[in-house]
Write a protein that binds this ligand. Structure first.
Ligand code: SME
Length: 180
């Protein structure tokens, strides 16, 4: 199994990673555990929610293979938050698009093929699959973590579980007020 090394350019991910070759199960679990620890340490010293979301987006984008976008949409609305990748839609109504449906349903959504998902909002035409995980604090959705990939079926249940763990770590570092 070939994992793209940490720090490699995500822009080249499409040519380096096949849909079935984004990492073996044990390797990916270790990758997510290490990334959770890194983000926890990275965000621990900062009290600013925007700075913490920005560093979390950068850490995720550069650690996970085969991404072309990683970032946050924050309630109210949903409004674009810190991200890495190409410029994106600024506002997404709750209940619309993958992000808005995940926020409304308070559940993660795995989209193996964005072209087959009714209502998918295409910010970057290179995106072919997507994973959206709600950020939930004290029982309230405060935003979503959104990952896009140029590879069809890039994300599976293991990625969902890993990203839900990352979201829990990130939420702990967002302070007591909504970050939006
Ligand atoms: N595809 C998302 C929109 C956000 S971009 O992917 C960054 C959606 O359907 O909600």
């Amino acid at each position: 199994m070939a994992l793209i090394p940490l720090g490699s350019s995500p822009d080249t991910a499409e040519t380096l990673v096949a849909p079935s070759d984004v990492g073996c199960s044990d390797g990916r679990q270790r990758l997510y555990e290490d990334l959770a620890d890194q983000i926890d340490a990275l965000l621990a010293g900062a009290a600013d929610s925007t700075a913490n979301l920005a560093n979390a987006a950068a850490a995720i984008y550069h650690a996970l293979p085969a991404l072309n976008w990683a970032g946050f949409y924050l309630l109210r609305g949903l409004v674009l938050g810190p991200f890495q990748g190409k410029p994106a839609c600024v506002r997404i109504p709750v209940g619309m698009g993958v992000c808005g449906i995940a926020a409304m349903q308070r559940q993660s959504i795995l989209v193996p093929d964005v072209h087959a998902f009714p209502g998918h909002i295409a910010c970057d035409p290179a995106s072919r699959s997507e994973l959206v995980v709600p950020l939930i604090r004290d029982g309230t959705v405060i935003g979503v973590l959104d990952l896009d990939s140029p590879v069809v079926a890039r994300f599976d249940a293991q990625d969902q579980a890993g990203c839900e763990a990352l979201a829990a770590v990130i939420v702990r570092h967002l302070g007591s007020v909504p970050p939006a």
